[in-house]
Design a protein around this ligand. Structure first.
Ligand SMILES: Cc1cc2nc3c(=O)[nH]c(=O)nc-3n(C[C@H](O)[C@H](O)[C@H](O)COP(=O)(O)OP(=O)(O)OC[C@H]3O[C@@H](n4cnc5c(N)ncnc54)[C@H](O)[C@@H]3O)c2cc1C
Ligand code: FES
Length: 264
């Protein structure tokens, strides 16, 4: 039976039905889940805490960015890389299985005043950027996605992102796009850099390197952090990040932060 509860701040805890998986490689998949009701508005950057069923030793929900929201069919899609028991179990769910989700959690990215934006994603860090790219298209921003991975097997969904902007790629082994880290991409060496705002999500060292470039170029930059989480509600304090105005919970006051507010 489907259970739906609504928190005071309109966060929901709701049972979703698995519709399908779309496997991108042996350890990465998209999973589409259907709500029994009308989806609330999902903002780019929002995430969900997904319940992991049938997995001894995994008691806590796991946080995942909302990759896509389809308001016509009331489905959410998540882009998941298997790293441990919880993400593996989500890959084993079958169509028709039920899983409980708390959503939409977290804040969102800001809309730039100007027109040209660069979005830099590493690994599953590209997950929050499909909704952002869609929003920028609606607001007629010119978007470039810079996607980095170790090798071409890690570069997934580039053709999907291409619908919403230009796509640049780096791989560490040079098997696709320019060879090197995302921050080595020639787009950053260009004297006429031309972007008005940078957004980034991915491993911390990558985001810090992108933030340094943005600071050096005096360009505003927002980073979506993926600190380890437990409750997802601001109760356990396990996700805190040091900011210029003290420690803040990434789950309630983030995950998106202006880099100038972070003590990086
Ligand atoms: C706001 C937010 C959004 C996220 N969005 C996505 C997403 O869209 N797609 C996706 O695949 N993953 C995402 N993650 C990471 C995801 O939550 C973890 O990979 C997942 O919780 C791991 O659970 P597990 O049980 O499979 O592995 P565990 O057994 O819990 O952990 C396995 C390994 O992964 C490491 N790990 C666990 N959590 C994280 C984390 N947050 N960051 C880095 N390493 C971690 C652990 O240290 C351990 O080494 C997000 C995390 C946050 C906080
Ligand atoms: S995860 Fe518990 S306070 Fe953020």
């Amino acid at each position: 039976m489907t259970r739906n509860f609504f928190f005071k701040n309109m966060k929901r805890i709701e049972d979703f039905t698995v519709i399908q998986h779309h496997w991108l490689n042996e350890n990465t998949f998209l999973i589409e889940l259907k709500s029994s009701g009308q989806l609330p508005v999902i903002l780019p950057g929002n995430f969900a805490q997904i319940q992991i069923n049938n997995t001894p030793g995994v008691f806590l929900r796991r946080p995942f960015s909302i990759y896509n929201a389809d308001y016509k069919n009331n489905t959410l899609t998540f882009y998941i890389k298997i790293v441990g028991k919880g993400s593996r179990e989500l890959g084993l769910l079958k169509p028709g299985d039920i899983t409980s989700i708390i959503y939409p959690l977290g804040n969102t990215f800001s809309l730039p005043d100007k027109d040209k934006v660069l979005i830099v994603g590493g690994g599953f860090g590209i997950a929050p950027f499909l909704l952002l790219g869609k929003s920028f298209r609606e607001h007629q921003k010119k978007t470039t996605f810079l996607i980095g991975g170790r090798s071409k097997q890690d570069i997934m969904l580039a053709s999907t992102f291409k619908k919403y902007g230009d796509v640049l790629i780096t791989t560490e082994d040079g098997s696709l796009g320019e060879k090197g880290l995302v921050t080595d991409h020639s787009v950053f060496n260009n004297n006429n850099f031309g972007y008005d705002m940078i957004y980034t999500c991915g491993p911390d060292p990558m985001m810090k390197a992108v933030a340094n470039i943005a600071r050096n170029k005096n360009i505003p930059c927002e980073a979506s952090l993926e600190n380890m989480m437990a409750c997802g509600f601001g109760a356990c304090l396990c996700c805190v990040v040091e900011t210029t105005s003290g420690n803040k919970c990434v789950c309630t006051e983030g995950p998106v932060f202006n880099i100038n507010d972070l003590a990086w």
